[in-house]
Ligand binder design. Structure first.
Ligand code: SF4
Length: 293
C-alpha cells in the first residue's frame, strides 16, 4: 500500500513535470501533519474475517465498492454550451459571471477557492487574451493575470499601444487548481477541469466576438483546440477557434524564467502579427523591440 510520504512524493514529481510549477514547499504544520499520518499508516493487525457469511444473491457491499474504485478515470464528456441571456454584451457577461460565481461543478476546487476569477476587460474588445487558470494571487484578488506573469502581460499590452482596459483577459478554468495542503505554487488544470469549465470561456468569446484571440501557453491552446502540438511548433502562426483567428504564444511566466532577448523577441513577433491583423499602427521603434543592436 502507498503511504502518505510516497503519495506526496509522486504528486510533487507530477507537479514538477509541469512547467508552471516551480516551487513546492511544505510548511512546518504540513510536515508535522505528514509525520502524524505516516505514523498512523504503519501496518495494523489484520482483523479476523466476519463469521456471518454475506448473502449469495448480491455481491457484498465492500466488493462492489472495490470494483467501482478500480475503474479507470471517467471519460471526459464535453460540457454543453451555456445559455447566453441579456441584451448588451456587458449584461451578458455579467449574467455569465454570476453563474460562474455560483458554480460548484468542481467540488475539490470549490472547497479551496477564495474567488471565481471570471475575466476582466472591455466587453467590446477586439483583442482577447486567454490563459490557463488563476494562480494564488489571482484567486485572492479575483482578477486574472495580476501576479508577476500578469504584470509582464500588462507590459506586453502596453508595448502594443493598448491598455488592459481596452482588451479582455480570461482563462480556460475559472477557479484556482488546488494544491496539496501546506504547499505553495500553482499547478496546471487537469483535462477534466478544463473540459468542465471551458463552456464559460466559449460563452465569453461568443459574447465578446473578438477579432483576434491570443492563447498564452500550451495549456490555453489545449483548452481551446485540444492537444494539437507543442507551443513551440504552434506559435508564430494563426490558427482558428470557431472562426476567430487565434495566435498561440508563450505564457508570460515562460518569459520570466527565460529572460533572453531571443525568447522575448519570439513573443513580440507573435504580437506584431496580431497588431497587423488588427490593422493597428506599428512604429519602427516597435518593430525593433528585442532585436540585437
Ligand atoms: S472551475 Fe469552472 S466549472 Fe469548475 S467550479 Fe469553478 S467555475 Fe465551475
Amino acid at each position: 500500500m502507498t503511504g502518505p510520504r510516497e503519495a506526496l512524493r509522486s504528486y510533487v514529481q507530477f507537479l514538477h513535470e509541469h512547467e508552471d510549477v516551480r516551487h513546492v514547499r511544505l510548511s512546518r504544520t504540513a510536515k508535522e501533519g505528514l509525520a502524524r499520518l505516516t505514523a498512523k499508516s504503519k501496518p495494523q493487525p489484520v482483523a479476523p474475517p466476519p463469521t456471518v457469511a454475506a448473502p449469495r444473491t448480491s455481491p457484498p457491499v465492500a466488493t462492489t465498492i472495490a470494483r467501482s474504485s478500480m475503474a479507470t478515470a471517467p471519460a471526459v464528456v464535453p460540457a454543453a454550451p451555456l445559455e447566453i441571456t441579456g441584451s448588451t454584451k456587458a449584461e451578458q457577461l455579467r449574467h455569465l459571471a454570476e453563474r460562474a460565481a455560483a458554480c460548484v461543478k468542481c467540488p475539490h476546487l470549490v472547497a479551496r477557492r477564495h474567488t471565481v476569477v471570471f475575466g476582466v476587460g472591455n466587453p467590446e474588445a477586439k483583442l482577447m487574451f486567454v490563459g490557463e487558470a488563476p494562480g494564488e494571487e489571482e484567486d485572492l484578488q479575483g482578477e486574472p493575470f495580476v501576479g508577476r506573469a500578469g504584470q509582464l502581460l500588462t507590459k506586453m499590452i502596453v508595448a502594443m499601444g493598448l491598455t488592459r482596459e481596452q482588451v479582455y483577459i480570461g482563462n480556460i478554468v475559472k477557479c484556482r487548481p488546488d494544491m496539496p495542503l501546506g504547499t505553495s505554487g500553482n499547478r496546471k488544470p487537469t483535462k477534466q477541469e478544463m473540459e468542465t469549465c471551458v463552456p464559460y470561456l466559449r460563452a465569453q468569446i461568443e459574447v465578446i466576438k473578438p477579432l483576434v484571440l491570443v492563447a498564452l501557453g500550451a495549456t490555453a491552446i489545449e483548452g481551446l483546440l485540444g492537444p494539437i502540438g507543442s507551443i513551440g511548433s504552434l506559435r508564430g502562426k494563426f490558427h482558428e477557434f470557431r472562426g476567430v483567428p487565434l495566435m498561440p504564444t508563450f505564457h508570460p511566466s515562460y518569459l520570466l524564467r527565460n529572460q533572453s532577448n531571443t525568447e522575448k523577441r519570439k513573443v513580440w513577433e507573435d504580437l506584431l502579427k496580431v497588431m497587423e491583423r488588427l490593422e493597428m499602427p506599428v512604429s519602427e521603434k516597435q518593430r525593433g523591440f528585442f532585436l540585437a543592436k
